[in-house]
Design a protein around this ligand. Structure first.
Ligand code: SF4
Length: 335
């Protein structure tokens, strides 16, 4: 019996350095799980980062730290391809080609572009406008048919599909694959301020690689139910970010106990947070041990990324040969 061909997943993330709980729950955990059912390609998109970064001083270190966290979390470079976007220059070639079939007006109308232009009015660069085209090139260069995204990112994938259709129609070909979105259930992870999405720039994050003591210190700073002022006030776990985290990291009986006891002031927030910190530290213990181990031989991180780039480039070159042939460009010279 022939084995059914696996689908191919592509996902990229900017090099943001050491990862935090929001990154873990929003992407990394899912990346690890998808390896069981798909051929996965995970890319650190350093070129995308250039559209917004103020300085590139830490780009290499951030790339290293992020890859280290991915490996420690269980992304297996034997199973999956992990690599750095700029190590496969064909992506910029495909980006240029796809930009010729993408209407400029559609790009400048996208809410994400408008939002970025609002956030950095001093730096509305061409890369910001072309961002969705580069993102499409990232996906289709590797013939990925599946892209795991949160529901809020569905319009990006739909736009990528439009660009692919436009290319295939223009050149009467089927060489580029329209990617499908794989909607992922991502819990809403708020920062320790309990208000905004967890993020480094807001300094409301909890790093996966932090020490248990630092983790506990950050957890103890977490904002709880704002209506619960005194220890004797009953609380409402439904509006408390600590409780949301308990539901992810604590045993079911403990979650149930907190749900009941919080509502009748049977448990205080300090105790509740200590319990969460202990459960979180226990959960992260294997990750941290593995990270420390990999860190002893940093070359293995770069080796994994370079090997991934070689494998990604083999696919990329094949796609570009097909793309050039479909357009009618002269075939590229072989090295
Ligand atoms: Fe939140 Fe726990 Fe305090 Fe209840 S006891 S408000 S769930 S931190």
């Amino acid at each position: 019996m022939t084995e059914k061909k696996k689908g191919r997943v592509f996902s990229g993330a900017r090099p943001t350095g050491r990862q935090h709980l929001g990154n873990y729950l929003g992407a990394m955990k899912n990346y690890v799980a998808l390896q069981a059912d798909y051929d996965c390609i995970y890319c650190i998109v350093d070129l995308h980062a250039l559209t917004t970064v103020e300085t590139t001083e830490n780009l290499t270190q951030n790339t290293f730290e992020m890859a280290l966290d991915w490996l420690a979390a269980g992304i297996d470079p034997q199973k999956s391809i992990i690599f750095v976007q700029s190590h496969v220059p064909e992506v910029t070639e495909l980006h240029t080609i796809l930009s010729m079939v993408t209407p400029l007006g559609k790009l400048t109308d996208l809410p994400t572009f408008k939002e970025k232009a609002r956030q950095q009015p001093h730096n509305v660069n061409y890369g910001l406008v072309g961002y969705p085209v580069l993102m499409t090139a990232d996906i289709v260069l590797y013939k990925a048919d599946t892209v795991p995204v949160g529901i809020d990112q569905a319009p990006h994938i739909e736009f990528a599909r439009e660009i692919v259709r436009s290319f295939n129609y223009r050149y009467k070909t089927k060489v580029l694959i329209e990617p499908q979105m794989k909607a992922t259930q991502v819990p809403k992870v708020l920062g320790i301020d309990g208000q905004r999405k967890m993020g480094k720039s807001l300094n409301n994050h909890i790093e996966l690689a932090a020490t248990p003591e630092e983790t506990t210190r950050r957890v103890m700073q977490m904002v709880t139910d704002p209506q619960r002022v005194r220890r004797n006030d009953p609380g409402n776990p439904d509006v408390c970010n600590v409780f949301t985290m308990h539901k992810i990291f604590s045993p079911a009986e403990e979650v149930e106990m907190i749900d009941t006891e919080c509502r009748r002031a049977g448990i205080g927030c300090v105790d509740c947070k200590r319990r969460f910190a202990a459960n979180l530290n226990a959960h992260l213990e294997p990750f941290r041990a593995r990270r420390t181990e990999i860190e002893q031989t940093p070359d293995q991180v770069w080796d994994a990324l370079h090997d991934g780039a070689r494998r990604a480039r083999t696919i990329a070159r094949q796609t570009m040969d097909e793309v050039r042939a479909a357009i009618g460009l002269p075939p590229g010279a072989r090295e």
